[in-house]
Design a protein around this ligand. Sequence first.
Ligand SMILES: Cc1cc2nc3c(=O)[nH]c(=O)nc-3n(C[C@H](O)[C@H](O)[C@H](O)COP(=O)(O)OP(=O)(O)OC[C@H]3O[C@@H](n4cnc5c(N)ncnc54)[C@H](O)[C@@H]3O)c2cc1C
Length: 441
Amino acid sequence: MSKQFDAVIVGAGFTGLTAGLELARAGKRVVVLDADSAPGGLAGTFEFKDGVTIEKFYHHWFNNDEYVPKLVKELGMEGDIVTMPSKTGMYFNGRQWNLSTPMDLLRFKPLSFVDRIRLGLLVLKVRRVTDWKTIEHLSIREWLEPLCGKNVFRIVWQPLIENKFSVFADAVNAVWMWKKLVLRGSTRDAKGGEQLAYFKGGFGRLAQAMASEITRLGGEVRYSSPVTGVHTAGGDKLSGVATPGGEVSGEQYLFTPAFSLIADMFEGAAGADWLARWRRVKYLGNVCLVLELDRSLSDTYWLNVNDPGFPFVGVIEHTNFDSPENYDGKHIVFLSRYLAKEDPLWYYGDDDYLEFALGHLQRMFPKLERSWIQDFRIWRAEFAQPVTERGYSEYVPDRATPFSNAIISTMAHIYPEDRGTNYAIREGKAVAALMNQAPAR
Ligand SMILES: Cc1cc2nc3c(=O)[nH]c(=O)nc-3n(C[C@H](O)[C@H](O)[C@H](O)COP(=O)(O)OP(=O)(O)OC[C@H]3O[C@@H](n4cnc5c(N)ncnc54)[C@H](O)[C@@H]3O)c2cc1C
């Protein structure tokens, strides 16, 4: 007889691990299944050849994120959160501009003085929106351009939105931008600077600590266990999920991967209308090049590149945030690109992708030589960013499935905020509370 669990959780990202931890703490027999070989999902880490560990996709927290510090404290690891001032900048017209404080903004010459003031006042103007539903029918441009003016939009925001949302730049609704501006405005200190937070050893280490705690409490976390389908025993309940190692059964089920992956798992078990609703939510993929260099590129952590034609979100030099001392003296740089799977770059091999990226990077940093690269890795995530189109709140599916003992809690439920580990923890706790209402056997 195969083992029967109280809760079967699909996905060992921050949502699944948080839910697993909460349920295990409540005395439930929990199993968390993940397709990957390690915990953390999109926030997972990897090792370069020399053992230096870093996220596959750059990660930090904001100092007003509330759920992460709570969770870390519960694990008794609060001493491992480090906060550091963020150094942000913008590359425009062949040079780099600091943009960390209001004073930097006043010195930002690509904009006229009046436009600099307009940009500064934007944070106040966006706070006037108190009900985000009133702007959900607008694209980012339709909402933002009248607020900040054509020039500010064209020089500052348009390149960022196009790099972030690629072919969906005009399809994403204004709520995404509104929420970012409101949240970022409230993370500033008295001098207008921003503190960001990080976990010593990386987010993968925190995910590992969560997985270990689940195990310590009697649960299981199984890696390299992709769920390929669901089983029903007739009626309105799931009886198990299929994995290459066999069926895993439980009283309750939680699914945390992207909606379309969940639709694939439920193919044949859920009706066509359910599958269509789950597949209605579009996602962008991300290709992230992680460079391990023997020296630094600049002194900026997050450099937005607003020159037309630069195909990345920006240049993110992690070791200008967390010290190179913690990375064996190496300098870590991320070059991330959001893209649809139809984009030919999605299919580039690693060496071709490195060539492509270096061409762009060397235009900005002409001294950069290939010999600086000690190692590199390219990560691809097909479901990296849910695309919140106009009227998203009306079409995004809720947590329900056609089965009374199975629910969904996924990154695309994070709204009106953008996805992030802080909110994944919030979601994981909320969904565990729902599942906890069912009595343990
Ligand atoms: C480029 C990039 C940068 C980011 N930067 C930040 C940041 O700075 N700060 C921040 O807080 N957040 C950041 N995020 C967002 C953050 O990573 C996510 O919001 C968060 O990790 C989502 O967690 P999750 O558990 O909901 O989903 P995921 O992390 O996607 O977890 C889902 C899990 O399901 C597993 N899975 C998929 N299919 C199956 C299957 N068939 N069977 C079993 N398991 C399966 C996956 O392997 C994965 O582990 C970033 C994301 C990206 C892509």
